[in-house]
Each structure stands twice: as structure tokens, then as C-alpha cells.
Design a protein. Structure first.
Length: 200
């Protein structure tokens, strides 16, 4: 499970949410902010990168390939309107994880062909955290799984009740935001999500 530390939505500092998630067993994080300055994003990413290294967790920076390199992150996650995969790869090199959000079979195929290490695919269900087009459902996810060989991380409206169905549909993992960060007890919510993924 990848917990997206979306600073624009978090009710607490990213470091606090990450500490709670680490205690629950989460070891894959992405930091995202669409509204803060690049300097602020760099400073927050640096803190998170240091925490990730200490905890042997995987850390991905959203959108900013240069910031990912600068803070020593494990990778960068691109959107369809960010740098093309080929250009980002020149910046980050072959040893850095490069993922991209996709919303259709064409985008998924193009991502694999361009050299992405994984794709994010969704929204699987309706979500309020990002306007990413029409919902794909587990059937759409299963169809994508059949046409590409790189890992598929499902995203969009996935909670602890739905995550089992998503994993059974072929996801290699899930990325979540609201299901964890909006929960009354974020650590407990993360633990429940991990248990349900393991069951599936």
C-alpha cells in the first residue's frame, strides 16, 4: 500500500501522518502538493526522505523529478501533463523508480512502451481528492492488467471495504489518501487496510 501524503488535504503535518503510518506498518509513501511553492515542496520532501531512509521505506515525490533527485528520493511519480517519461528518465537515471498516472488503455500502453517502472491507474471508484475523469471500476482495472506487464497501482476511492476486490482484480498495489488521512484514527485505518490487502 502506498500512502499519498497530500499536504493540501492532510489535517496534520506530513511528517506526523507518516510517523503514524510507519507505526502501522506502511512502507511506501508518496508526497504531493499542488498548491505549495517548489521551495516548500523541496523542504518537506527532504524531511520525508530522511524519515523514509531511517525506516527503510520507499519514498516517491509527485510531479517534480528534479526535487526527487535533490532529496535522494527513491523515485518520482508523473502526471500526464508533467515531463514526458523519456525526458524524466534522462534526469533521474536508470536507478530511480519512475511511475506515471494513467486513465486509459492507451495511456497505460504508452507508459510501458516509454519505460515507466509502474503505472498508477484510476480512478477505480469515485473520489473527491482529484478530478481524474470517469471511474474505471474493477473491470477496467482487470482489463489493464491483461495488456501490460509492469506493476499496476490502483487509485481512486479505495477504502478498506473495497481493497480486497481491487487486489483480486489484478492490482499489484493500491495508493490511498482519504481512507487513511481522513480517518479518526489514521494508524488504525492503515493497519486495517494492510490486513485486508494481506487477506486478498
Amino acid at each position: 500500500m502506498c500512502l499519498i501524503l497530500d499536504e493540501d488535504l492532510l489535517p496534520v503535518e506530513p511528517a506526523q501522518a507518516m510517523t503514524e503510518a510507519l507505526a502501522a506498518g506502511v512502507r511506501f509513501f508518496q508526497y504531493r502538493s499542488k498548491t505549495r511553492s517548489r521551495r516548500h515542496i523541496y523542504e518537506q520532501a527532504q524531511k520525508i526522505a530522511e524519515m523514509a531512509k531511517r525506516s527503510e521505506a520507499l519514498f516517491i515525490v509527485n510531479d517534480h523529478a528534479d526535487i526527487a533527485i535533490a532529496v535522494g528520493a527513491d523515485g518520482v511519480h508523473l502526471g500526464q501533463d508533467d515531463l514526458p517519461i523519456e525526458a524524466a528518465r534522462k534526469l533521474v537515471g536508470s536507478g530511480t523508480i519512475l511511475g506515471i498516472s494513467t486513465h486509459s488503455s492507451k495511456e497505460a500502453r504508452d507508459a510501458e512502451r516509454a519505460g515507466a517502472d509502474y503505472i498508477g491507474f484510476g480512478p477505480i471508484f469515485s473520489t473527491t481528492t482529484k478530478d481524474a475523469g470517469m471511474t474505471q471500476g474493477t473491470a477496467g482495472l482487470a482489463a489493464i492488467r491483461q495488456i501490460i506487464s509492469i506493476p499496476v497501482i490502483a487509485i481512486g476511492g479505495i477504502d478498506h471495504k473495497r481493497v480486497g476486490d481491487v487486489m483480486k482484480a489484478g492490482a499489484d498495489g493500491v495508493a490511498v489518501i482519504s481512507a487513511i488521512i481522513s480517518a479518526p484514527d489514521r494508524k488504525q485505518a492503515a493497519e486495517q487496510m494492510i490486513r485486508n490487502i494481506q487477506k486478498a
